[in-house]
Design a protein around this ligand. Structure first.
Ligand SMILES: Cc1cc2nc3c(=O)[nH]c(=O)nc-3n(C[C@H](O)[C@H](O)[C@H](O)COP(=O)(O)OP(=O)(O)OC[C@H]3O[C@@H](n4cnc5c(N)ncnc54)[C@H](O)[C@@H]3O)c2cc1C
Length: 571
């Protein structure tokens, strides 16, 4: 125990992602003197560099407009003026019972991080956290077209995910320049626009919609406005509230340790390292919320828990150091073997997380044997897990024909195809057999794989993997291609292949927490004063990814619950 404190606060929040900023806003709103610290020189974490969709079942917009049927266009908007209470459930709208049934069907029995109590806390608090932030100025909009990833399971729906409307970072003043706001999207596009832009070259209506986004952007730029969208808009929107609450945010100031009470049962303070390396001892009267992301960038933990070094798209600050600090004082870790898996295209200088390339028609993924091994249009987590399960699929190849090349965007080639070829990460050939030789796959096998797939594509039914059988698969398909929008035969030369690795958008394992985000020890007792949310905590989703925005949705809900619980503690 240390009596010489440099600072004295009620709540200390560690990390500036969705979980941390939501926790900071909540703690301050509940009257706590709050301090936020961030290890990196830029704030925002993986949240700011991500897509920013938040899966918040039963939020007021999904209750009104979510539905079981196929997607349609147009989206209602919430935000100031306040979102208001739900107007009652339409038979097709969302409800807590429906969301809980869906989670039970999709996640199943997945251990204590996804206990029925924690799932219930998540579902019942999601609309409250949504409305709390909307009332403070977050301008949510429903991603009306985006289906749950398992829409045919009981309780599955289209239209549970929300995102924040494009945001003008000038509202942040000087804080606009030290956040990770250069973001994932070069243009301020909505999540539902991404697939339209991906296939704009093939579809006149979507070209018009893409051109509108470009026109709007040019108009905004001419007026000196450079709007950001996705995770950058979410982060900027949350940070604006944090700053308006006069909460102090310290960058380049990592958490380095805890101060404990005499019995080592309660956390009473924290040790930070300031930008000059000087240690800062902070007395924390109500609680420390650990919201420092996961361990995607920790190679030794990746090898230990995942068996691969990791090909992550998460932020560099995702080091797992905070999880290790909590483990050192007795916290229990769980779900460490899991991650927000996906399939990433290998680039000369990193990885591009693939969401639409592999799902669009005229393409297949093959392993080192030249065989398909997965429904290429399945959710990212399912495709990534399949790549890890097939010992020949890391790495694998995305094989496309000329129509895929001409009609659709490809994140691998946006930096120039020459660089990819020079690095051996992409190949092209006039025949399937020659492509097979280039990627060192048995030509006869690849020819047979393509022929079998082409027969499925013509019939509209993938008898091997069921690709394109539901509205989630179809979301990133091409509606102009029939009979199945995800299945187009590979028959027009030249053929191309792009190297793919099992990527991720962060890890899922971490500190086991209860329904209020309290960190639990090996005996299942809470460590007084210590909370965790976001990817620092083991995910309430277990190994599953139920719908678009599951990571950010849970980060917001448990950031909110943890801070609310901490702020209510006696000083
Ligand atoms: C390209 C991409 C797209 C994505 N799209 C989506 C999406 O649309 N929807 C979705 O749900 N998920 C998405 N994800 C995943 C999602 O963004 C993350 O899982 C989520 O944002 C994590 O939030 P967080 O608050 O837990 O952590 P983060 O946002 O990573 O924030 C944690 C912060 O803590 C800091 N930190 C680390 N150690 C310390 C320390 N010792 N002291 C102080 N600070 C520390 C880190 O530097 C970081 O800034 C995407 C991810 C990527 C990379």
């Amino acid at each position: 125990m240390n009596n010489t404190w440099d600072r004295d606060v009620d709540v200390l929040v560690v990390g500036t992602g969705a979980a941390g900023l939501t926790a900071a806003i909540t703690a301050a709103a509940w009257g706590s003197r709050t301090l936020v610290v961030e290890s990196m020189p830029e704030w925002g974490g993986s949240t700011a560099g991500g897509g920013g969709e938040a899966w918040l079942p039963t939020n007021p917009l999904s209750r009104q407009a979510g539905r079981d049927g196929p997607p349609k266009d147009g989206s209602p908007v919430a935000g100031p003026p306040a979102a208001g209470p739900p107007k009652g459930d339409s038979p097709k709208g969302d409800s807590p019972e429906k969301a809980l049934a869906y989670l039970a069907a999709v996640v199943g029995d997945a251990g204590p991080a996804s206990s029925p109590e924690r799932r219930r806390a998540f579902v019942l608090t999601a609309p409250e956290a949504f409305t709390f932030l909307a009332d403070l100025g977050v301008r949510w909009t429903l991603n009306r077209d985006h289906p749950d990833f398992y829409p045919d399971r009981v309780g599955g729906m289209t239209g549970r995910a929300v995102e924040v409307r494009p945001f003008d970072p000038r509202d942040l003043g000087p804080w606009a320049s030290n956040g990770r706001l250069d973001a994932v999207f070069p243009l301020p596009v909505r999540a539902d626009d991404v697939r339209l832009i991906a296939r704009a070259a093939a579809n006149r209506d979507e070209l018009v919609r893409g051109a509108r986004v470009l026109g709007r952007t040019a108009w905004d730029l001419a007026r000196g406005r450079h709007l950001v969208s996705g995770g950058a808009a979410l982060s900027a929107s949350l940070m604006t509230i944090v700053l308006s609450q006069c909460t102090e945010v310290l960058l380049s100031t990592p958490l380095r340790g805890f101060e404990l009470d005499r019995d080592r049962r309660a956390v009473t303070g924290a040790i930070l390292a300031g930008p000059d390396g000087r240690l800062i001892r902070v007395r924390v009267r109500r609680g420390i919320v650990l919201a420092a992301g996961g361990f995607a960038r920790n190679t030794s933990w990746r090898l230990k828990y995942h068996g691969i070094p990791g090909y992550s798209s998460a932020a560099d600050g995702d080091t797992g150091d905070v999880i290790a600090l909590a483990e050192d004082i007795g916290a229990r870790l769980t779900l460490m073997e899991d991650a927000w898996w996906g399939a990433s295209l290998a680039l000369p200088d990193g990885y591009a997380f693939s969401v639409f390339e592999r799902s669009l028609p005229f393409s297949i993924m093959v392993d080192a044997d030249g065989s398909r091994f997965v429904n290429e249009s399945a959710s990212s987590v399912d495709v990534g897990r399949a790549m890890l399960a097939d010992r020949n699929a890391n790495p694998s190849w995305l094989v496309t024909d000329a129509r895929h090349h001409h009609r659709y965007r490809n994140s691998a080639t946006s930096g120039g195809e020459g660089r990819l070829r020079a690095a051996g990460l992409a190949h092209s050939a006039g025949t399937v057999e020659d492509l097979a030789i280039a990627i060192e796959v048995d030509p006869a096998r690849l020819r047979a794989t393509v022929a079998r797939f082409n027969a499925f594509a013509r019939a509209g039914v993938d008898r091997d993997f069921g690709r394109g059988n539901n509205v989630s698969d179809n979301y990133y398909g091409d509606p102009l291609v029939g009979p199945n929008p995800n299945l187009g035969p590979l028959e027009k030369a030249p053929y191309s292949a792009f190297l793919m690795v099992p990527g991720d958008r962060g890890t899922k394992g971490g500190l086991l927490t209860d329904t209020d985000g309290r960190v639990l020890d090996l005996d299942g007792q809470s460590i007084t004063g210590l909370y965790a949310a976001g990817n620092t905590a083991a995910s309430v989703m277990g190994p599953a990814d139920p719908g678009p925005g599951s990571a950010v949705g849970a980060a917001i809900v448990f950031g909110y619950r943890a801070a609310r619980h901490a702020a209510a503690r006696d000083r």
